[in-house]
Design a protein around this ligand. Structure first.
Ligand code: HEM
Ligand code: HEM
Length: 153
């Protein structure tokens, strides 16, 4: 199993802990739901890493079949994540935020990155090339890092 499963699980548990120990407003609910959808899609990377790793052939086939079954949902869960995060951002904006706060700045950076991931996802879906695959994957990596920063700050 790829270490990424544990990294993703850790981020999820960390977010749940962070949310449950603070004030839970509507904006936080949307942020948490958006995170859930992003992590669901990002776990595709963990599954792919597992398939490429040195495990038994039968297990590889099992993971590949699982991955194939989830694929039709991937584009919709990703697009839904963007919609949820736009609502999260709008609620935060309505409440009022300090543009000099790292929380807001990292959030905006993660939001822009999520938009790019989804945008290049659709471009990749329209027609896959090696470059498009790398752009989608690299942006998704950056998104993961920015979200982590956004949660920690
Ligand atoms: C992929 C994008 C994003 C994800 C997954 C996300 C997720 C979250 C989560 C789970 C929280 C609650 C936990 C915590 O306080 O650490 C939160 C808080 C916050 N987010 Fe985001 N967010 C994203 C984008 C944004 C954007 C675009 C903004 C725009 C300003 C933003 C601003 C904030 C602020 C200011 C808080 C703190 C709110 C408070 O403590 O009352 N985030 N975010
Ligand atoms: C939260 C947003 C998203 C994240 C984190 C994400 C992440 C990923 C990851 C990690 C992979 C596997 C990367 C690889 O090794 O090639 C992938 C594949 C893919 N993504 Fe996304 N994605 C998101 C949204 C989207 C959207 C909105 C679309 C729109 C159609 C899309 C289309 C694709 C396609 C076509 C593949 C290749 C499918 C496959 O062969 O398994 N993605 N994505």
């Amino acid at each position: 199993m790829s270490i990424w499963f544990f990294v993703n699980l850790f981020v999820l548990v960390f977010a749940i802990w962070k949310i449950s120990t603070g004030y839970i407003g509507v904006h936080i609910i949307f942020g948490g739901l958006g995170l859930l959808f992003v992590l669901f899609n990002w776990t595709r990377h963990a599954v792919f890493s597992t398939i490429r790793s040195n495990i038994r052939r039968e297990r590889k086939i099992k993971y590949a079949n699982l991955s194939k079954r989830v694929l039709p949902f991937h584009k919709w869960t990703g697009s839904t994540a963007l919609a949820l995060i736009v609502v999260h951002g709008l609620f935060v904006w309505k409440i009022g935020f300090d543009l000099s706060s790292w929380k807001a700045l990292s959030g905006i950076a993660a939001g822009v990155m999520l938009f790019l991931v989804v945008f290049f996802g659709w471009i990749r879906w329209y027609r896959t090339t090696v470059l498009r695959r790398y752009i989608h994957l690299t942006l998704a990596f950056c998104l993961f890092a920015l979200i982590l920063i956004h949660l920690v700050l």
